[in-house]
Design a protein around this ligand. Structure first.
Ligand code: KG4
Ligand code: ZN
Length: 344
């Protein structure tokens, strides 16, 4: 078969991901393999990712996960034409494991190595699902670590941040609210399912940074989290039974309302006609439904990769690496560092 094989490695947080894609001669990308090993269970009792545990888990999982990806694709390591790796942003020690592995693979194979940006990877992954992106679009990244609006004018090299959270990430708010309701970690899935049984308008929780004088494209979720905590504490103090389903539904409605309203507004300001939503929180059922409604009303095309590709994985890094390779960019130097604070 024609085309070049790109291996992608992702280790920025608690997922060890190795993906394989084929870059076709026409510049399109095809998913060949997506192997992920997660250390999420090892962090559950701490209510959040413990960096030291994550690094150790990456070290153990890296080679077996790469082997699994090659098996899925029916390929040998020697078939790989280029290696891409998340250079940042992320946890320093976790990133270093992936970067070291990528250098070893690329060096041993004598193929180019591309250090790429994790956030851009979350956007690039959508090209595996829905094909080429339009010349310009807006991307909203919503996960445990990030909540950002990105203006995308070229997936390989021209992404600028339009807005971001000034405090907690959207997924972080989910995880913190779940913790205070004594639901398991990560909090998104249990809150999403509890919310189905509740009334989204039972409690009027605040919508952060939505006033006329607030930063137009930034987000804030810590006030919402505090409001939920106060409401629950008061109910407990008054020895009322906490209506967990209503709290979940009302909290979830506030998050989805703010995210979709701000995304649609930013798309209008940037004059683009496509919105891509990615990251773990993109799996949220209410966010998906409200985004579909509001995009339709605003004449926007909505693109959301399937949930498995929305969360951290190696295929997103392979896809981005393939687009960078196709752009003719110079490979990264062999001494590329891991950069925890890498901007887009
Ligand atoms: O992208 P991801 O797997 O990892 C990073 O943080 O980079 O995102 C994980 C986050 C967690 O905070 C989790 O609670 C949230 O995504 N999440 C959800 C749902 N599924 C996962 N949040 C809301 N609704 C969901 N269905
Ligand atoms: Zn991520």
């Amino acid at each position: 078969e024609p085309g070049r094989i790109v291996l992608g490695i992702e280790t920025s947080c608690d997922e060890t991901g190795v993906g394989l894609v084929r870059l076709m001669p026409d510049g399109s990308v095809r998913l060949l393999a997506d192997a992920v090993a997660s250390s999420v269970d090892q962090h559950a009792r701490f209510g959040g990712v413990v960096p030291e545990i994550a690094s150790r888990a990456h070290l153990e999982a890296m080679a077996p996960t790469a082997r699994r990806a090659l098996e899925q694709a029916g390929l040998e390591l020697s078939d790989v034409d280029a290696v891409a790796v998340t250079a940042g942003p992320g946890l320093a020690g976790a990133l270093m494991v992936g970067v070291a592995a990528a250098k070893a693979y690329a060096g041993a194979l004598g193929v180019p190595l591309y250090g790429v940006n994790h956030l851009a990877g979350h956007v690039a992954v959508d090209t595996l699902e829905h094909g080429r992106l339009p010349a310009r679009c807006l991307a909203m990244l919503v996960s445990g670590g990030h909540t950002q609006l990105l203006s995308v004018a070229g997936i390989a090299d021209t992404i600028t941040q339009v807005g971001s959270t000034i405090d907690d990430a959207a997924g972080e708010a989910y995880d913190k609210v779940a913790r205070l309701l004594e639901l398991p970690y990560p909090g998104g899935p249990p809150i999403d399912s509890m919310a189905r049984e509740g009334d989204a308008h039972a409690i009027a929780f605040p919508r952060g940074l939505t006033g006329p004088r607030d930063a137009r494209h930034d987000f804030s979720f810590s006030g919402l989290k505090t409001a939920v905590a106060r409401w629950v504490e008061q109910a407990r103090r008054e020895e009322r039974e906490v209506p967990v389903a209503d709290v979940c539904a009302s909290f979830q409605e506030a998050v989805a309302d703010v995210l979709t309203a701000k995304a649609v507004r930013a798309a209008g300001d940037l004059d683009v006609d496509t919105l891509v939503i990615s990251g773990g929180v993109a799996a949220n059922s209410r966010l998906a439904a409200l985004a579909a409604d509001r995009c339709a009303a605003a004449g926007l095309t909505l693109r959301v990769p399937r949930p498995r590709l929305c969360t951290d994985n190696g295929a997103m890094i392979a896809a981005l690496g393939a687009h960078v390779l196709a752009s003719g960019a110079e490979p990264s130097p062999p001494n590329i560092p891991a950069d925890p604070g890498l901007p887009v």
